[in-house]
Design a protein around this ligand. Structure first.
Ligand code: NAD
Length: 267
């Protein structure tokens, strides 16, 4: 079987290191390189970054060179960088898996536009459980009337820099889709002070940050005298790296388009 040459951008980051280790452990994958924003003179061996033995492959700082030498790039960085990497995917025709969250509307459009020229798989959450939850939330929202209030609660570790999480927003979009509305028209992203009573049909978000929580999401459907709560808890970030590797192998050689993890899972 021909190996899939994989490059990791953001390879010194928390997810980046895990992706390096997962690439090395995945059958059919070949770790071909890694890139991050390095300080002048800084050298990082990819094997050591992965927590293993020295490989003799050093992290670089030129994403273009990485794209030229791999089949698929995996990117867990920051929104502005992911947009640049999407443009490089479009220029080189190489596959790209993006796990970065927190992209604004303009950045999202830039990724969508790049996906007209390259296979780009973008998932704010690469876990199987969350992707199943998305389907369940849409189904429950479709079955229940507007008199059931929908609230989404998420908690992540203290280092997370965007809120609500990309997954929470994805769950909100799934609930809105089930109701036949657009999330941006009904979402309440935070509450503070004298807010007045809750407006029917809105979808609320609440964000908690602290400790080393990998990612907890609960969608609450609150009706009169009863409540349904759908919860997913991630206890190890490895599930995201494993999902990203599966996605990368799937993305290699695909025609241009914007894909999601549901495509990989055949959901
Ligand atoms: P982190 O801060 O530890 O790592 C980000 C890395 O990106 C850093 O090493 C940084 O130097 C690097 N970087 C920034 N700009 C760059 C550029 N222009 N070129 C190359 N590298 C660059 O963050 P993290 O915890 O690893 O998370 C990264 C992203 O992944 C976040 O958006 C987070 O929300 C997301 N995430 C997604 C999933 C998922 O399943 N999709 C899971 C976990 C985290």
């Amino acid at each position: 079987m021909e190996l899939c040459r994989i490059g990791i951008v953001g390879c010194t980051g928390r997810m980046g290191r895990m992706l390096l280790a997962e690439t090395l452990a995945t059958k059919g994958a070949l770790l071909a390189g890694g890139v991050d924003r390095l300080t002048p003179g800084e050298t990082c061996d990819l094997g050591e970054l992965a927590g293993g033995k020295t490989l003799g492959i050093l992290a670089g700082d030129d994403a273009r060179t990485l794209f030229d030498s791999v089949d698929v790039v995996i990117d867990f960085t920051v929104p502005a960088a992911s947009v640049e990497h999407a443009k490089l995917a479009a220029e080189t025709g190489k596959g790209l898996v993006i796990g970065t969250t927190g992209l604004d509307a303009e950045q999202t459009r830039a990724v969508e536009s790049a996906a007209q020229r390259a296979a780009i798989l973008w998932a704010p959450n690469m876990s199987l459980g969350v992707n199943l939850l998305l389907g369940l939330v849409e189904q429950v929202a479709r079955s229940l009337g507007d008199d059931w209030d929908i609230e989404i609660v998420e908690m992540h570790h203290r280092h997370k820099i965007d809120a609500p999480s990309g997954t929470a927003l994805g769950l909100g979009r799934a609930a809105a889709m089930g109701r036949g509305v657009v999330l941006d028209d009904v979402s309440v992203r935070s509450r503070d002070g004298y807010t007045g009573p809750r407006k029917e049909g809105t979808i609320g978000f609440a964000t908690l940050r602290g400790g080393d929580v990998v990612g907890d999401h609960t969608v609450v459907f609150a009706g009169e005298a009863e409540r349904i709560e759908l919860t997913h808890k991630a206890t190890d970030r490895r599930i995201f790296a494993r999902g990203a590797l599966r996605a990368a192998l799937w993305t290699k050689g695909r025609v241009a388009g914007l894909y999601g993890i549901k495509d990989v899972l055949g959901l």
